[in-house]
Design a protein. Structure first.
Length: 329
């Protein structure tokens, strides 16, 4: 009997591609509106903020920590910067981006200090930070949304227009930002000594410390990066929706975490890839999009997403374990 295991994918990304292709085939059979360029562009735009959040969370997971506060950080930074810019009449995108990212980094550094230097469990710290930030935001604003935003926020709409078969399509700013950030994150983690230190610190903190890696600085960088990504994601959300809604982002944390873990990141640290993370985000987004197109109830879609995530993670981890067993047989 032929050994079919040699044809199995050798990575988590390979298994994810198989799951994604299978779902594309299923939804395409169910609806002709699914497999279209416009639908996939809309899907990518809709989940661009999720992807940006996932990149930040992914870097923290590599270090062996976890950050649940990113959605609250995004909500607070976008509201504070919008209020600040509007009250002072400052009409500059670069100033808004600078201060928003700086504020996000500050919240991330606070998390890192509490986690590493005060030895508090990361999930406890970040859940507490999420609760404090979101509670203060809702208390201080009474849940009021901001609608009368300055025009410069919406200047960059047509980032990359192109046409196929006489139909015009547009790659908008949210997707373009996600692509740039993904490539940048991949380059740092894969092609620089800093990236190797981040993986080493997450793989074995004590060994990393013995070879001279400043693990504390790595934690500050990782959580600061997550805060920066939260801030950027918050700004992109404002751009997409044309308004600042205090509670629009809080509640998305588990979907982002599921997508990152689905992409191969380990909760124990030291593992995962940027492209696996993006595939995980795409799988979750495509599943929600496909179920919506074929008319599945929103209440049941959460069940379906959960089942597919469990199945996909089971398949990918089974494939990795099988590969390991074969290697030692």
């Amino acid at each position: 009997m032929p050994n079919l295991s040699r044809f199995a994918p050798k990575s988590v990304e390979g298994w994810l591609v198989i799951v994604i292709v299978s779902l594309i085939f299923f939804f395409s059979v169910q609806s002709e509106n699914f497999l279209t360029i416009r639908n996939f562009l809309d899907l990518a735009e809709s989940y661009s903020v999720t992807g940006i959040f996932a990149l930040g969370l992914f870097v923290v997971l590599i270090t062996g920590g976890i950050d649940i506060s990113f959605a609250a950080v995004a909500s607070v930074t976008q509201y504070m910067i919008a209020t600040f810019m509007m009250s002072l009449g400052i009409d500059s995108a670069s100033v808004a981006i600078f201060f928003c990212v700086l504020l996000g980094i500050g919240f991330g550094v606070i998390n890192a200090v509490l986690v590493y230097y005060f030895k508090i469990i990361s999930i406890i710290v970040t859940i507490s930070m999420q609760s404090v930030l979101f509670g203060l935001l809702m208390w201080s604003t009474n849940g009021r949304s901001l609608y009368d935003l300055p025009d410069w926020i919406f200047e960059f709409y047509r980032v990359l227009p192109f046409s196929i078969g006489g139909q015009e399509y547009i790659v908008g700013l949210p997707l373009a930002v996600l692509i740039v950030l993904a490539v940048t994150t991949w380059f740092i983690l894969s092609k620089t000594s800093l990236g190797r230190k981040i993986y080493a610190a997450g793989g074995d903190m004590e060994s990393a410390r013995r070879i001279g890696i400043k693990v504390g600085s790595i934690h500050l960088l990782a959580y600061g990066f997550c805060g920066a990504m939260a801030a950027v994601g918050g700004l992109v959300q404002v751009y997409r929706m044309g308004e600042v809604v205090p509670n629009a982002l809080v509640g998305s944390e588990l979907n982002v975490l599921a997508a990152v873990v689905l992409g191969g990141a380990s909760l124990s640290g030291g593992k995962g890839t940027v492209w696996g993370t993006l595939l995980g985000v795409f799988l979750v987004g495509m599943l929600n999009n496909g179920l919506n197109i074929i008319g599945v109830s929103n209440y049941f879609s959460d069940v379906a997403v959960g089942l597919v995530i469990i199945a996909a993670i089971t398949i990918t981890h089974y494939g990795k374990r099988r590969e390991t067993n074969v290697g030692f047989s």
